[in-house]
Design a protein around this ligand. Structure first.
Ligand SMILES: C[S@@+](CC[C@H](N)C(=O)[O-])C[C@H]1O[C@@H](n2cnc3c(N)ncnc32)[C@H](O)[C@@H]1O
Length: 311
């Protein structure tokens, strides 16, 4: 993209070449300034000619920062790749063998990192834009705000260990609107997580900070063991973006304090009795297989919980 301004002789002429390198990065690849200055004969002030110009052609300007350059050197498709590396290093998200779904995945920096770290696992990228193929990565093209796309993910993937969303709205520059749209996209990711995320699985969503952030965080907190906020170093200093990380999806059919009658069906390694509520495992102290007991649920984890007998 070239923007030029040249009204007539003796006006400064500025030529800027912008390169759109990814959905988020617009980079000034060259800036050429010719400064034409009038000279006068020193008596009547009339112009005699042009005597100076300045050429900054080829200078790399802001945007080509440390992470941008690193991504180019290391073969990542976007500087965002480092955000996922830092999120994973901070919040322990990706393990070898995991199934990872990446929403808003184009051009694919996060997919490259996920494929490296979930080696032998399965990585699926979804975006409304085309994603150039990446080894060991599957892609789905579609708009996440449409039910069809969400249904397709459920059908294709089944169950996942991690749902990531780096989705970003088209920016309007109006802060509250951009914030609201980012929250809307994060909620689409939460919907996908409700469909595909295994018990104990994690969710990461990008949002722009703002007034609806607390409500979103509370809604995620209801369905996960805990939520944390992470601002990776690779997010630009001036950016209001942050990532909400929901750790440990909770699907337990019981809550702390619930009282119920159960049958003890087995004995755990530690000697506690085991009761099943739907498919959920409760360890019940001081019980034995074959007993029918009333219990109170004391602690609920994503994959199992603890209870005490109350009779
Ligand atoms: C910041 S970029 C993602 C960069 C990516 N994480 C990477 O590392 O290369 C945001 C992406 O979200 C996608 N996106 C935004 N809204 C979307 C929607 N409703 N459905 C699907 N993709 C969407 C955009 O097309 C864009 O590719």
């Amino acid at each position: 993209m070239t923007c030029g301004r040249s009204r007539k002789d003796f006006q400064p002429t500025l030529s800027i070449t912008l390169e759109v390198t990814s959905a988020n990065d617009v980079v000034i690849t060259s800036l050429f300034l010719i400064r034409l200055r009038r000279t006068s004969d020193g008596r009547d002030g009339r112009t005699k000619g042009v005597y100076a110009h300045t050429n900054y052609a080829g200078q790399r300007m802001s945007g080509r920062d440390e992470y941008y350059n690193k991504a180019k050197q290391q073969g990542y498709r976007s500087r965002s790749a480092y955000k996922l590396q830092q999120l994973d290093d901070t919040a322990d998200l990706i393990a070898p063998g995991d199934t990872v779904i990446d929403l808003g995945a184009a051009p694919g920096g996060w997919l490259q990192v996920a494929a490296e770290r979930a080696s032998e696992g399965r990585v699926v990228g979804v975006d409304r834009q085309r994603i150039e193929s990446i080894d060991d990565v599957e892609t789905i093209r579609g708009d996440l705000t449409e039910d069809d796309t969400q249904a397709k993910i459920g059908e294709r993937v089944g169950q996942a260990d991690l749902v990531l969303s780096d989705m970003a709205p088209n920016m309007t520059g109006e802060y509250n609107l951009d914030h609201a749209r980012s929250i809307h996209l994060a909620r689409q990711a939460l919907d996908v997580a409700r469909t595909v995320l295994a018990p104990g699985g994690d969710l990461v969503v990008k949002v722009f900070d703002g007034r609806d952030l607390d409500d979103l965080e509370a809604d995620i907190e209801e369905e996960f063991e805990y939520v944390r906020t992470v601002r990776p170093d690779a997010s630009r200093d001036e950016s209001s973006e942050l990532f909400l990380v929901g750790k440990g999806r909770m699907t337990a059919p019981v809550g702390v304090g619930d009282e119920l009658a159960v049958g003890i069906t087995d004995t755990g390694d530690e000697g506690d009795g085991i009761a099943k509520v739907d498919d959920y495992t409760l360890f019940v102290a001081d019980t034995e297989a074959g007993e029918e007991v009333r219990i109170r649920v004391e602690d609920v984890k994503p994959r199992f919980g603890f209870a005490e007998r109350i009779e």
